[in-house]
Design a protein around this ligand. Structure first.
Ligand code: SF4
Ligand code: SF4
Length: 443
């Protein structure tokens, strides 16, 4: 990580144009509330936050990677200079804000003053973004969000085709699996990560099988179905607000009881905690109730709507990767731990875990930033690789696409010999198929 700065990264705007200082000042002024002022002035440089940051620990405890250094040398310096910064300075901020901090918020728990470094890094990202100093891939995905409502730019027909294809794929195994499209008045409007229709379409069929088994009332919308928010990670708050509003509006239009979030971490953070503010709801509350997939799966198992075949419980040792935005920032760490006894016999928790767990290294938008950034993900992910290895687990369950891909990459990089699995996949493989889904043996 100390090699940061040796590589030239591609920005959204590579023209090298001078910084619009007035624009930087305007963003600084808009954020110049009591909270930021206090955080910037109260930091005593005690260093207690350093050991809490996985980037710092995994990269030889380089003091430039401590949380306090990161915010003082980005946003703190911008305030000190009253916004009078140049492009070279913002390019250094870029490296700190996107390569050295995943905005996991772990350090805030260890700072005696509760200084929220992630929030200050988010403002730093907004300022860099205002000058076109945004990771090119995040800008590219954000543009798709703006034009199509989903970050991969998937047209409606393609989404519907994928859903139909997924239903056909399971017809030979189950009866009554459907994917209702744009159906009003259902209990759940199901929203997914665009990686699912493109790379993991079977995840959509797993969800449909589980809904069929539980006899659930649900629908897949043709717009507002992308629950992720890459503009939020790009520092584009305006577009991030639009993205989240697309989902809220569609749920209201369809009169859905809940917005259901697939196994994705930052989607939950965006939809429940940050989205309402970005979308202009001053009370900070989403206009429609939001549920994460781990909450629903736990309810199904607890209430007997899904039953697991004891013979199919996983025998190999498993562990659980707490996604930062599901556990620490979402408060859902116990839901997963209540699901696991239903599906596995040998659970070995990582240490530390729950809200104290370390980021996998793939959060904060670095995963979709592309292969140039993989060395940074791997360097910082070493701590997670060590945590996994220490459990002796062969399977890592995680309800987050970023964690899922990062854990698989870490397994390859550090020869962990493990595989990542989602709850959906395990539940479909191990559930007792209810009678109403069994195929007619004569057909
Ligand atoms: S938010 Fe996470 S990655 Fe960023 S400085 Fe704090 S602990 Fe490190
Ligand atoms: S623990 Fe808090 S006060 Fe101490 S250096 Fe870190 S941010 Fe500053």
């Amino acid at each position: 990580m100390s090699k940061v700065g040796e590589k030239k990264f591609e920005f959204e705007d590579d023209t090298g144009k001078p910084v619009d200082v007035d624009q930087v000042r305007a963003i600084l002024k808009a954020n110049d509330g009591a909270r930021i002022k206090t955080w910037l002035s109260i930091c005593s440089r005690c260093g207690l936050c350093a050991e809490s940051c996985f980037v710092y620990v995994a990269n030889d405890r380089d003091p430039r990677l401590s949380p306090a250094y990161k915010f003082r040398h980005t946003l703190g310096e911008m305030y000190r200079r009253k916004g009078n910064v140049d492009r070279a300075f913002l390019e250094k901020c870029y490296q700190i804000a996107w390569l050295q901090c995943t905005m996991c918020k772990r350090c805030s728990m260890y700072c005696p003053f509760g200084i929220d470094v992630a929030t200050m890094i988010a403002i730093t990202r907004s300022i860099c973004h205002s000058q076109g100093i945004t990771p090119k891939q995040l800008a590219f995905f954000s543009d798709h969000c703006d034009k199509t409502g989903n970050h991969m730019g998937i047209p409606v027909e393609e989404l519907v085709d994928t859903c139909e294809w997924m239903v056909e794929e399971v017809e030979d195994d189950y009866k009554g699996v459907t994917i209702p499209i744009d159906q009003p008045d259902t209990k759940y409007m199901y929203t997914v990560n665009p990686r699912e229709p493109v790379y993991y379409p079977q995840d959509i069929s797993y969800a449909a099988i589980i809904f069929a088994a539980a006899k659930e009332s649900w629908t897949m919308p043709t717009f507002g179905w992308d629950c992720t928010n890459l503009p939020m990670f790009a520092g584009n708050r305006k577009l991030a607000g639009k993205q989240v509003k697309n989902v809220y509006n569609k749920a209201e239009e369809l009169n859905a009881g809940y917005i259901l979030i697939t196994e994705c971490g930052h989607a939950y953070r965006s939809m429940v905690f940050e989205g309402p503010y970005m979308a202009g709801y001053p009370d900070g509350m989403p206009p429609v109730k939001v549920k994460h997939y781990v909450q629903l799966m736990y309810e199904y198992l607890r209430d007997g709507r899904i039953q697991i075949d004891p013979a199919k419980k996983i025998k190999e040792p498993i562990t659980y990767q707490d996604p930062c935005n599901v556990s620490r920032n979402g408060g859902l760490w116990e839901h997963a731990r209540k699901i696991i006894p239903y599906i596995a016999e040998d659970f070995r928790d990582m240490a530390p875990n729950r809200e104290h767990n370390h980021c996998c290294g793939g959060g904060g938008g670095i995963m979709p930033m592309g292969p140039d950034y993989k060395p940074y993900r791997m360097a910082s992910g070493k701590l997670k690789a060590d945590q996994i290895r220490q459990t002796g687990a062969k399977i890592v369950i995680t309800p987050c696409h970023n964690c899922f891909d990062q854990v698989n990459d870490l397994s390859e990089e550090f020869e962990l010999g493990i595989k990542a699995l989602s709850f959906k996949e395990i539940i479909v493989e191990s559930m007792i198929v209810p009678d109403h889904m069994k195929l007619d043996p004569e057909k």
